[in-house]
Design a protein around this ligand. Structure first.
Ligand code: NAP
Length: 333
């Protein structure tokens, strides 16, 4: 029998960690029930599908004005239409953003007008089978998952500062546990490319970004990262049948089916929405959550699964990454 690798890991005497009343399978809307986001403005990257779409639904249903940032705004039309006829939902629109294209990220940030309250860095790609590069020579997963979001956040920094108490939410992954960012060779120029190491290090960089963002605390900006859990979405599109079978989500006939502990997209989006809009998170910054609870720091893959790796919480590494990201963007522009 397949056991839930995430079960009960929060049942511990770790009182310093922030806990909430929500279980691992709470739904996105449930974690902000009663919260009024009218007048608040949000950007959700990758908001046209999967966890992003559920994040958009929950934030808009609470009254926020939401911009879906997607490579293909037309793919968001149905969602925009759905929310335009939903009771008191805030206005939702879709704008073009390609995180792997610095010119596109810069254009999106330049076009933004007014304050920005919530930036949900949700878009991501996973385990591209072969090494693929952006025009800047950046490895595609690091470019999309981390560098593009870093460029976006720095481009929108003034808008978030103007909001007074903006929140950045970065969707990382448990895959960060096995792969610290390799500062010496982030783009696999000297080491063999590995799809999972590339994904994992990009997700470590995502967590480090939220640690480094403590420099924005004086601007009222907080930043937290999360692991959404296991959810079948478009994210698995680069996995072959053998890998899907090894994960236990594909049978011999090729049917794809979630394992019992998998979440629905609506449950998978809950931790993002909690960090974005729950009053429980007011003023909290630089932390990492999973299953709607703050996660403990671990030294690597330990006997118990889950947690956040010490390598992703290291403030020196976070500062080094901030410098690295800033230099990379400056050079590319
Ligand atoms: N599903 C899981 O089990 C799981 C587990 C851990 C972490 N996560 C993380 O959760 C986040 C959401 O993933 P998901 O599961 O919802 O998968 P998904 O449905 O594939 O959503 C990913 C989104 O990223 C967007 N995207 C990809 N490349 C982009 C680019 N260059 N520029 C702009 N947007 C881009 C895609 O939008 P367009 O193609 O429309 O542009 C898509 O909407 C990701 O960061 C993923 O790493 C998911």
């Amino acid at each position: 029998m397949t056991t839930n690798p995430t079960a009960d890991r929060h049942a511990r005497n770790d009182t310093a960690l922030l806990s909430t009343p929500f279980t691992s399978h709470a739904r996105a809307r449930e974690v902000i029930e009663g919260v009024d986001l009218a007048g608040r403005r949000a950007v959700v990257t990758g908001g046209a599908s999967g966890l992003g779409a559920e994040t958009v639904r929950a934030l808009a249903a609470a009254g926020a004005e939401v911009t879906i940032a997607t490579r293909r705004p037309r793919s968001a039309e149905r969602l925009v239409q759905e929310l335009s006829i939903t009771g008191r939902a805030g206005r939702v629109r879709a704008e073009a953003l390609d995180l792997s294209d610095l010119a596109s990220v810069d254009a999106f940030a330049r076009a933004w007008r007014g304050p920005l309250d919530l930036l949900i860095a949700n878009a991501g790609i996973m385990a591209l089978p072969t090494r693929s590069l952006t025009p800047q020579g950046w490895e595609m997963q690091l470019a999309t998952n981390y560098l593009g979001h870093f460029a976006l956040a720095t481009g929108l920094h003034a808008a978030m500062r103007d909001a007074g108490s903006a929140r950045i939410v970065v969707v990382s992954s448990g895959a960060h546990l096995g792969a610290p960012l390799d500062f010496e060779d982030p783009h696999f120029e000297r080491r063999p490319y590995d799809p999972w190491v590339a994904y994992g290090q990009s997700k470590s960089a995502d967590v480090l970004f939220t640690v480094g963002a403590r420099r924005w605390a004086a601007d009222g900006i907080t930043a937290n990262a999360l692991n959404p859990g296991y959810i079948l979405t478009g994210l698995q599109r680069h996995l072959d049948a053998d890998t899907m079978r090894a994960f236990g989500v594909m049978d011999d006939q090729g049917n794809v089916k979630p394992l019992p502990y998998y979440k629905t997209p609506e449950q998978g989006a809950a931790t993002s929405v909690l960090l974005a809009a729950s009053p429980l998170l007011r003023g909290v910054t630089g932390r990492y959550f999973e299953d709607n609870q703050e996660a403990r720091t671990v030294q690597g893959r330990e006997d118990e699964p889950g947690g956040v790796a010490a390598h992703a919480r290291d403030s020196q590494a976070a500062d080094r990454l901030w410098e690295y990201g800033t230099d990379a963007l400056r050079t590319a522009r």
